[in-house]
Every structure is written in C-alpha cells, then in structure tokens.
Design a protein around this ligand. Structure first.
Ligand SMILES: CC(=O)[C@@H](O)[C@H](O)COP(=O)(O)O
Ligand SMILES: NCC(=O)COP(=O)(O)O
Length: 237
C-alpha cells in the first residue's frame, strides 16, 4: 500500500504571513497524523520562506509516523539533518531562489558528491531518497550512488495528465520499473492532486510513498484537513 506523506510547507507559509504562530505547525503535523497521514514531509529552504530551521527541531519531537526532510544537501541542510536524524532525507537539487523544486538530480554528473552525502546519511541510519526525473539512466545513477530510494519528480506528469494521461505516465512506468529492478525503494511527488493521483498509483507498481503538499493544503481549505487527507488516501487504496 502506497503511504501518503503530507508536506506541510504551505501551512508554514500561512503561519509566516502574519508573523505569529497561527496555524501552529506542530499541532497541524500532529493532527495530520491523527487524520491518517503516514508521514510528514517538510522542505526547509535556505531563505526559510515557509519551514524554518527551528520548525525541524520542534517537529522531530512530535512526528510519530515517518519524518521526511527534503532539501539541497548543502552544509547547513546536512548539519541539520544529521543532527535531527529523520526517518528519511530526500535530496533535491534546488537552486536557492527557485520558486519551487523544478528538476531532478543528474545522478551521473553529481555521482561523487551524492555518494559522500548518502554515506553520511547511512552512517546515521537515515534512509536516503534522491529526487530524479523519470529517466531510467538517472535511476541507475541513484543505485550506483547507494541511495535507498528515488523520488520521481511528477510535475511533468501532472502538467500533461489532462492532455494525454497515457503519454504522461509512460516515462514514469519505465523509471519505476528500473527502480524496482535495481532494488531501490520508489517514492514520487510534486503537483500530485485529487485528479491525477489515482491513475498514477494504479499505473506505477511498487510505489512506496507519495509526498503531497500544495494541492492537498489547497483542497483542505474547501473540504477540511481531516476529510482531505482521507480523500487523498482513498485515491491510493
Ligand atoms: C521536492 C518537491 O517537489 C516538493 O516537496 C517541493 O519541495 C515543494 O516545495 P515548495 O513547497 O517550496 O513549493
Ligand atoms: N516531494 C513532493 C512534496 O513533498 C510535495 O510537493 P507538492 O505536492 O507541494 O507539489
């Protein structure tokens, strides 16, 4: 069964908008788990536009499902992750001022760097997941680096889904099959939503986890957080 990890970045965006502590991020994380989330994902970016570094320490104390910290493994991020020791670290090649994550790693070009990062995570017992485009060659590169999992970057799928879902999913099926063939765990995320999630989950065999944030939090404005988490989980059942 594919696990749903709820990304609460956008809850932090709302909190930061007024400079206070409403909504309280720790309480929202606890409630997401109570409502059925099987993981909590956060992405502390260098400019702390939403998740702040202090949030990571605060959330570590309360997350009881799986804590997944995403980010570009620069020194500050790695120091944080190796201190907090989440269940999973997802490595994302984000430029500092990118509006959001917009590409996967070139696991061939960055092999040496990522190998050292993965080694440091392994020494702490942290599961590593490498954010990649749906390209079997990048999946192969992730396996050579020693990653535990890959996370398939699903924005292109989401963008193309409404035009031609069979064409949109094709590369993801091939990349997912390569991951399973090589013994890698398989995650996916970015722009998944209530319209495109079920088809993705049905077509991608062996999918361990999806991490979903932006669309889920937007949907929660209309359907409520508990109902929304249940709606997303029903797309995966
Ligand atoms: C890695 C990924 O695709 C998302 O988790 C992304 O990190 C979302 O970041 P924002 O919430 O800052 O758009
Ligand atoms: N890794 C993807 C993630 O955590 C959330 O992405 P999105 O649903 O906010 O696009």
């Amino acid at each position: 069964m594919t696990r749903l990890s709820v990304n609460i970045n956008k809850v932090a965006t709302i909190r930061n908008a007024r400079g206070g502590d409403n909504p309280n991020l720790v309480q929202v994380a606890k409630d997401c788990e109570r409502f059925g989330a099987e993981g909590i994902t956060i992405h502390p970016r260098p400019d702390e536009r939403h998740i702040r570094y202090q949030d990571v320490y605060d959330l570590k104390k309360v997350v009881t499902t799986e804590f997944n910290i995403e980010g570009n493994p620069q020194d500050r991020f790695m120091d944080l992750v190796l201190e907090v020791v989440p269940e999973q670290a997802t490595l994302v090649p984000d430029a500092e001022h990118a509006i959001t994550s917009n590409a996967g790693w070139d696991t061939i070009v960055h092999k040496d760097f990522l190998t050292d990062v993965i080694k440091a995570l392994k020494e702490k017992g942290i599961r590593s997941s490498i954010f990649v485009d749906p390209d079997p060659k990048m999946v192969e590169g992730a396996a050579l680096i020693g990653a535990d999992r890959v996370e398939l970057y699903t924005e292109p799928y989401a963008t193309n889904y409404h035009n031609d879902k069979e064409a949109a999913i094709k590369d993801y099926i091939l990349a997912g099959e390569k991951a399973i063939e090589l013994g890698l765990g398989l995650n996916a995320g970015h722009d998944l939503d209530l319209k495109n999630l079920r088809y993705f989950g049905e077509e991608i065999k062996g999918l361990d986890e999806v991490s979903i944030g932006h669309a889920l939090i937007c949907d929660a404005l209309y359907y409520g957080l508990e109902n929304t988490i249940q709606l997303y989980k029903r797309q995966l059942s």
